[in-house]
Design a protein around this ligand. Structure first.
Ligand code: OXD
Ligand code: MN
Length: 598
């Protein structure tokens, strides 16, 4: 076999993995369009992907995963460190040798009759100070085609890597897509990721959650930087000035929508614009020259949730996926050879012309919003689309240096507890605010019962080491950023007594971001409360906002002391669960909050 590199670390590892998995052949992915096109043709021939209407959706394809393989599997995701305490109580843990023995059995011979593709890829712009390199071995063309969108793939990665052993080894085998033997495993101490028995994006596109969050968070702590589950957006002011915000929200809280928001009419008319740098992951480093924290999006594309994406909620995302996109588990409109999903528009393909995400005929007239089993598209169906096709992609997307971050925003879905926005007192308190982040779900049968899931910094499923040590790293970073961003918390999801959202959200969220940025520049006052600084209602611009009065804003900004007191109890339980590694500083912040609440 002729390898595309002479790097002995890479070559010997590939040969070792090939000896175990026993593929019929090994194919290097070189990043050329000709090779990608040949692979698409091959995957179409086998039915792995379906070529869509090339006039309406040029270079777009549809893929369906196995029915048992439609989402990330947190219960089967492991951090394998020598010592259990280094993975912590929030992660699943197994000792590396034990996990590898288990995996060895599953991988052995798993690629017989198949091809092993070797994908050299970079997270971040190749050659930049931020970039980290990886090689993924996979037996799935779908994975190759997705990685070509989501990461920077090609021989230039191998050139940049040179003879170094400093790359992340990723092995993925579909094996039998057996749920019982599905493992998504990380070995941060040896830079390895091993994934088996899945074909779903989050489990198999190893550059994304596995590398750019779990492994990178571990490397970030070791090397003095941060890998976060954050979108990055730029706000352009009418005078041309730009300010950047990063924001962390738990999955399914609208990160992609916020990252690509379109300003409301009144603000657009004044000349405000929003640019997207990233929708999911931020790598952050202190810039030596100006002492600010700079962010890059290490990805090259978006792996966005399709349902709910429409002309109103996120026109930019919709336009991004009109070309060069792989759709996964959406409805196939066979009359037009296009795709559809719940919440796209009111024109679903009619019975006879529609195939659902499972590959069965779909009858839209039987769709019942309350019964997920009647959906045409899986609720976690996705589009994989190129960032450069996004109409509002920032010119800084490819910047080697990244963008300076003015504000870090945390957020969650809270019916009552969190106000629309508040600012932390300082970095330390802001890190505490991140550590207590949470989202509420609605218990299906009982109706409107909030189930709180604590999701610190939106990283609960993605920290590659002990959560308590991760909080310590946040606190430590605050001491080495001379011009640190200010830290805020938002909640777009407060509800009234009937359970309706009070705040309109979407583009109007810019109104809140403008207050945040004004605070960063000391241009606006605030009211000090037990939880942090809250805006004066009149400082949130509501010009042109129908149905929202200054009283609505007042209501949205109230600090509901009884629900905060209840929350404190819940936080104590969660801290106890995180265990001994919780820094004393976090407990001090918690005690101070409790005292301020009275
Ligand atoms: C994602 C997630 O897919 O956070 O981005 O689950
Ligand atoms: Mn995410």
């Amino acid at each position: 076999m002729k390898h595309l590199t002479t790097n002995k670390y890479v070559v010997s590892w590939i040969e070792e993995m090939a000896a175990m998995t026993q593929p019929d052949k090994i194919v290097w992915i070189d990043g050329t369009e000709e090779q990608a096109e040949a692979l698409r043709a091959e995957a179409c021939a086998t039915g792995e992907i379906i070529k869509l209407n090339q006039e309406k959706l040029p270079n777009c394809y549809l893929h369906r995963t196995a029915v048992n393989d439609v989402a990330r599997v947190e219960g089967r995701t492991y951090i394998c460190t020598e010592k259990k305490e280094d993975a912590g109580n929030i992660n699943n843990w197994m000792a590396p040798a034990e996990m590898k023995a288990k995996l060895f059995k599953l991988y052995t011979g798993s690629m017989k009759g198949r091809t092993m593709y070797v994908i050299p890829y970079s997270m971040g712009v190749v050659g930049s100070d931020f970039a980290k390199y990886g090689i993924e071995l996979t037996d799935s063309i779908y994975v190759v085609l997705n990685m070509l969108i989501m990461t920077r793939v090609g021989t230039n990665v191998l050139e940049a890597l040179g003879d170094s052993a400093d790359y992340i080894k990723g092995l993925h085998a579909k094996a039998d897509i057996d749920e019982e033997n599905r493992y998504i495993t990380h070995f941060p101490e040896t830079n390895e990721i091993m994934s088996v028995n899945s074909g779903y994006g989050g489990n198999v596109l190893l550059g994304k959650k596995c590398f750019a969050l779990r492994i990178a968070s571990y490397l970030g702590r070791k090397e003095g930087w941060m890998a976060e589950h954050m979108l990055i957006l730029g706000v352009k002011y009418p005078n041309g000035e730009k300010k950047y915000i990063t924001a962390a929200f738990p999955s399914a809280c609208g990160k992609t929508n916020l990252a690509m928001l379109i300003p409301p009419k009144a603000l657009k008319a004044e000349g405000y614009e929003v640019e997207c740098v990233g929708d999911d992951i931020a790598w952050l480093r202190v810039n030596k020259e100006d002492g600010k924290l700079y962010a890059v999006n290490p990805e090259n594309g978006f792996f966005g949730v399709a349902p709910g994406t429409n002309e109103k909620s996120n026109p930019n995302a919709l336009h991004t996926c009109l070309r060069d996109t792989i759709f996964t588990n959406v409805v196939h409109d066979t009359k037009n050879n296009t795709v559809w999903w719940e919440g796209l528009d009111n024109n679903p393909p009619q019975p006879g012309d529609a195939i659902d995400w499972k590959g069965n005929p779909w009858d839209c007239t039987k769709y019942d919003k309350k019964d997920k089993s009647t959906c045409g598209a899986h609720p976690n169906s996705r589009f994989t689309a190129l960032a450069k096709n996004c109409p509002c992609i920032s010119p800084e997307f490819d910047s080697l240096k990244g963008v300076p971050v003015s504000a870090i925003v945390f957020g969650g879905r809270r019916a009552k507890t969190a106000p629309l926005v508040y600012q932390s007192f300082n970095w330390q308190h802001g890190s505490f605010v991140g550590s207590i982040m949470a989202s509420e779900t609605t218990a299906a049968a009982a109706g409107a019962v909030g189930v709180v899931r604590r999701d610190p910094m939106a990283m609960r499923p993605f920290v590659g080491y002990n959560m308590g040590d991760y909080w310590k790293h946040w606190l430590d970073m605050g001491k080495v950023i001379p011009n640190a961003p200010k830290i805020f918390h938002v909640n777009w999801f407060r509800t009234d007594d009937e359970g309706h959202f009070i705040w309109p959200g979407f583009g109007d969220n810019l109104r809140v971001l403008l207050w945040i940025l004004a605070r960063c520049e000391d241009k606006v006052d605030a009211v000090e409360t037990a939880i942090g600084y809250v805006p004066k209602a009149e400082d949130i611009n509501i010009e042109g906002l129908e149905g929202v009065t200054i009283d609505t804003i007042r209501d949205l900004l109230t600090v509901d002391v009884p629900s905060w007191k209840a929350d404190v109890e819940n936080i104590k339980e969660f801290y106890a669960q995180v265990g001994e590694a919780v820094p004393a500083t976090m407990y001090e912040e918690l005690a101070a909050l409790e005292a301020r609440l009275g």
